[in-house]
Design a protein around this ligand. Structure first.
Ligand code: SF4
Length: 434
């Protein structure tokens, strides 16, 4: 069968669809790059906010509009939480919860049942350019915490970790396929291994796993997707002595006000968070600390918001994702008093983003005149020449003119200035590694 896979939302959703594409190709299906060519389209949905749920419905309608003949299989957090809201959408043929997602291949008619093509159109067909430079590798799923605004731990269930040897094997396979950077992802990666304690041979937490990947594989760059602040012990910072571990920590703060953090059920206060960031920055020169923040959480008064804003300014994040609080039915916060009016949330988000933009600019400014190593992803034609775009290990987006064919290669770049969200540079020489 010709199958199109796509996903919305988090890196974990993306990693799952990449892995599914590989399994479908192994099962003899053709993974096609557009729904127009497909007999079946699989969408991995997101429901982290009501906007995300709306986008999932819109995506399904678009898939059906683009190819009314294609059957639609829907999975992901929205399918898990509200199957009834999706089952009547046009073209929806199969609804698969998060638990059963990994077995989706088995739910489909065997490839032999329809005209099978030996050609593997999977993302990692040898000799075929990679669809993405960075490979997202899922290491765990689910979460045992219950932050009061969060619906994900409901949709994804209790935390469970993939066996370390399976993770190592997938990392090896991705590297053999040509990926130069691996991103470890999951719902709550900091809890990795906690569910396997006591199992024979299971001596790993996240830091043990990272140690194994660095010693047992030829990975050139290893990045962590997101790590809860309470999961980063000082001893772990030793691992960053290895320059292949990306100097990038995404630590979701969610609020810069202690009273709000308490109502959110977060397991730290601002003093602990600030201490952690201070120690990490001292241990890892050039470290990019990025974060997520909610404005307008129930009960967030003007005074609480002002505290949050001041704390965010003090933290000077390299990048900050700001989310106006979104009510999710089924979460404790949905029933909390002091719901903040929409317009107030919009205003607070604007103010928070202004502070975040200034901090991001200040972080990038310090690299002007420096040489940085960039892994190129894509190029845009401008005035008849290629302008490449890629990332440094510390999550700086860099653009520089260069010859064709630099995708998935490293260059040393002399930084000459700022761009809207990143840096501009001049390629000095091609590098063999990160
Ligand atoms: S740590 Fe909190 S926000 Fe993150 S997935 Fe778990 S419950 Fe949700």
């Amino acid at each position: 069968m010709r199958i199109y896979v796509s996903s919305l939302g988090c890196k974990l959703n993306q990693a799952e669809m990449d892995a599914l594409a590989g399994r479908l190709a192994q099962a003899g299906h053709q993974v096609v790059l557009s729904v127009a060519e497909a007999d079946l389209a699989v969408l991995n949905t997101c429901a982290v906010t009501h906007v995300a749920a709306q986008k999932s419905r819109q995506a399904l309608r678009r898939l059906h509009r683009e190819n009314p003949e294609a059957r639609l299989a829907v999975t992901g957090c929205y399918a898990e939480l509200s199957p009834g809201e999706l089952s009547d959408l046009p073209g929806v043929d199969l609804l698969v919860g998060n638990e059963a997602k990994a077995d989706l291949v088995a739910l489909l008619p065997p490839a032999s049942a329809v005209e099978a093509s030996p050609l593997r159109l999977g993302l990692e067909t040898p000799g075929r350019p990679l669809a993405r430079t960075r490979a997202l590798v899922k290491i765990q799923d689910g979460c045992d915490n219950a932050c009061t605004y969060c619906i994900i731990h409901v949709a994804r269930g209790p935390q469970h970790s993939r066996p370390p040897d399976r993770v190592l094997a997938e990392v090896g396979a991705r590297l053999s396929a040509g990926h130069r950077e691996i991103v470890l992802t999951g719902v709550h990666i900091g809890a990795y291994g906690q569910d396997r304690r006591g199992e024979p041979g299971a001596q790993h937490d996240l830091w043990g796993l990272i140690g194994r990947i660095l010693t047992e594989t030829s990975v050139e760059r290893l990045r962590l997707s997101s790590i809860e602040p309470w999961d980063l012990p000082e001893r772990a910072l030793e691992l960053w002595r290895d320059p292949r571990l990306c100097r990038h920590l995404h630590l979701p703060l969610q609020s810069g006000c202690d009273a709000t953090l308490q109502r959110m059920g977060r397991r730290y206060d601002t003093a602990a968070f600030a201490g952690l960031v201070r120690v990490a920055r001292a241990a890892i020169p050039g470290l990019a600390v990025t974060s997520d923040l909610i404005v307008g959480f129930p009960g967030e008064t003007e005074a609480y918001f002002a505290r949050s804003l001041a704390f965010v300014e003090e933290m000077a994040f390299a990048r900050l994702h700001v989310f106006p609080y979104s009510i999710r039915e089924g979460t404790p916060a949905a029933g909390m008093p002091g719901q903040v009016p929409h317009q107030v949330k919009v205003g607070r988000a604007r103010a928070m983003r202004q502070v975040a933009a200034a901090s991001s600019r200040a972080f990038r400014q310090q690299f002007i005149g420096e040489r940085v190593s960039v892994l190129w992803e894509s190029c845009q034609e401008r005035d008849g020449r290629c302008v490449w775009s890629g990332l440094t290990d510390n999550y700086l987006r860099v653009q520089a003119p260069g010859p064709p064919g630099l995708a998935n290669t490293f260059s040393s770049v002399h930084v000459i200035g700022l761009s809207e969200r990143g840096l501009r540079g001049r390629i000095e020489d091609q590098k063999s590694g990160g």
